[in-house]
Design a binder for this molecule. Sequence first.
Ligand code: PHE
Length: 459
Amino acid sequence: MEENRKAEKKRSSFSGRLGYVLAVAGSAVGLGNIWRFPYLAAKYGGGIFLLVYLVLVVTFGYALIVSETALGRMTRRSPIGAFAKFGKGLPFRFGGWINAAVPLLIVPYYCVIGGWVCKYLFEYLRGGTMELAQDAYFSTFLGSAGGVEGWFLLFAALTIGIILLGVEKGVERMSKIMMPLLVVLAVFVAIYSVTRPGALEGVKYLLIPNFSNFSLMTVVAAMGQMFYSLSIAMGVLYTYGSYLPKDVDIEKSTGQVELFDTAIAVLAGLMVIPAVFAFSGGDAQALQAGPSLMFITLPKVFASMGFGRFAGVAFFLLVLFAALTSSISLAETGVSTFQDQLGWSRKKCTALVAAILLGLGTLCALGYNALDFLQVLGMDMLDFFDFLTNSVMMPIGALATCFLITRAVGLNAIAQEMELSSAFRRKRMYGVFMKYFAPICLLIILVSSLLNVFGVISM
Ligand code: PHE
């Protein structure tokens, strides 16, 4: 007993709920909120996308965050260990590995986008506010292999360098100052953006659901975004949960993380989407710009401001921090998985992660230029990895978690774990959700997104 308590003390490194919420929010808030959310919302129907997203966050997202955190805290292990604790068979091994593999496939292309952020920061520092606002600037940049690869390497080196030097904590501490600053600046830019002539149409497009824009793809995209943004089905929450003291209320902290993460995504949507309407008349093509949307639209906003260069520098610097804390937590998850499973030294595992990162990241960076003939299922490499992880692997990982809980761990055991700290307020909803609703929806989403890319159905 005494031993147990000691071990418990040793592993729990969060001081309490606030420390935990800040750490999870640091991992959750990143390019997903600022870069990915606005372009998906623009592409998949605006208000209807937002509505579907919100419903998913408070149902699916809630149940899955609670599950992963509770499993992590119960087993005190990261995903592979947590799955292995309840069974030795193939499904358990597969469930653990799929959750652990996702971050390794996300971090390469995450660093490519991080590189774009570095490039824009550099150009604003140099005073290129007007050039950056030109329509063709971004596509010209994407077309230069050396440019995209070089900036990717810089961001990747920052991520790996910080892990090797062991200064993640310092970066996280810095980000506690940078993150609030980012929110303040984003509020300013959003206000500026929504008050441009013609922007009101964009605000309406983002906030008012228009059911004629609904398609199954809206749900698939919103679901993928929810996993991505909240860091679900990537092993991250298992790992954080394993460091959580037993007296922290999991439900309350989950609610706070979700609120914070969603608020930042909506704020980013308000910076970007109204600007599409103000500067490009909201034409359908501009709304479909995809991954490049933020990089095309925001420079136009900054160029029209009196202090645009300053705003550009501040914005991309703050985004760089948000992106770094997330990419570090992605890479770190990979490193600790290899350490646990292969028993190698930390240095060796970091080198392995770096090799994967450089190899796959280069494929994504060059997929827009030197290797643009390389297409998988009609997608560029970056889009392909994004699709593979968010629309295929994460639903499978989440299905594995549902399976683990309902078949092996038992809903009662999860409830007991939750009740160690407080009453499990949404226990009934949680049970119904994990048993029926979540597995069925996940299967439908998975099958239909696969049929869609293989051209069997069109969504
Ligand atoms: N949630 C992060 C984002 O929105 C991405 C991420 C996922 C980071 C998983 C860490 C772990 O950008």
